[in-house]
Design a protein around this ligand. Structure first.
Ligand code: ADP
Ligand code: ADP
Length: 219
């Protein structure tokens, strides 16, 4: 693995991007940038960006490109990104993918791989409706497939786990439709640039991790 690597995790809501991003952070020290987490922090602090983002997130729609791109570009300009980044949930549109390519090129850097975590819709719906996470540290659990050691409590800091507002069934269905319309076309974009690395995301978490780690190690 070369010094600083930049990896994108591509996949539908619930595919396992956040789960695998945490592994890449822990194993390789990559900075984990989750656009969803950045928005949720702004929502919690009730910043103007948070108020705007919430109106889209609650409906399962994408936040507009201009504000999303600005937020992520500010984040990647910070010094901790020089050691490499795993992008989770960004880019989600062509405009975002192009903005990321341009920003990295300016710093003489480029994406090493776009790992596409593939999971069928029916499995995604089951996963998302059973997803719970820690409001303090962001650790992600699943009541069915990846439960915490003690019911309702984070393994890392014992905080009470919460369920995301947008993981209710109607919003999940809208998010999956939005993914098909606006994000799935990026699969072709990264295939054409030779960066696409498909992974079967329906395997056990540890199997998916082994494949994702092997891709990162080969860079
Ligand atoms: P998931 O990991 O389940 O796909 P995220 O936490 O990535 O969900 O995103 C939650 C919501 O935040 C999205 O439904 C969308 O409203 C907003 N969001 C996150 N990332 C982006 C992005 N790159 N572009 C536009 N909106 C985004
Ligand atoms: P994303 O960030 O792509 O929306 P998450 O990493 O939050 O996805 O995972 C969605 C839910 O599915 C979580 O509850 C997580 O614990 C669970 N999960 C993640 N990967 C797997 C897997 N390979 N098998 C079963 N459940 C998984």
């Amino acid at each position: 693995m070369s010094n600083a690597i930049y990896i994108i995790l591509l996949g539908a809501p619930g595919a396992g991007k956040g789960t695998q991003a945490e592994v890449l952070h822990a194993r390789f020290g990559l900075t984990h940038i989750s656009s969803g987490d950045l928005f949720r922090e702004n929502v919690a602090r009730q910043t103007p960006l948070g108020v705007l983002a919430k109106s889209y997130m609650d409906k399962g729609e994408l936040v507009p490109d201009d504000v999303t791109i600005k937020m992520v570009m500010e984040r990647i300009a910070r010094p901790d990104c020089a050691r490499g980044v795993v992008f989770d949930g960004f880019p989600r549109t062509h405009a975002q993918a192009q903005a990321l390519d341009a920003a990295l090129a300016q710093q003489s850097k480029k994406i090493g791989a776009a790992v596409f975590i593939q999971v069928r819709d029916q499995v995604l719906i089951e996963r998302l409706t059973a997803r719970w996470s820690c409001p303090a540290c962001g650790a992600v659990y699943n009541l069915l497939t990846n439960p915490p050691r003690s019911a309702g409590q984070c393994d890392k800091d014992t905080r009470a786990l919460t369920q995301r507002e947008d993981d209710k069934p109607e919003t999940v269905r809208r998010r999956l439709a939005v993914y098909q319309q606006q994000t799935a076309p990026l699969i072709e974009y990264y295939r054409q640039t030779g960066l696409l690395r498909p992974v079967d995301g329906e395997q056990m978490i540890e199997r998916v991790t082994a494949e994702v780690v092997a891709i990162a190690q080969a860079l």
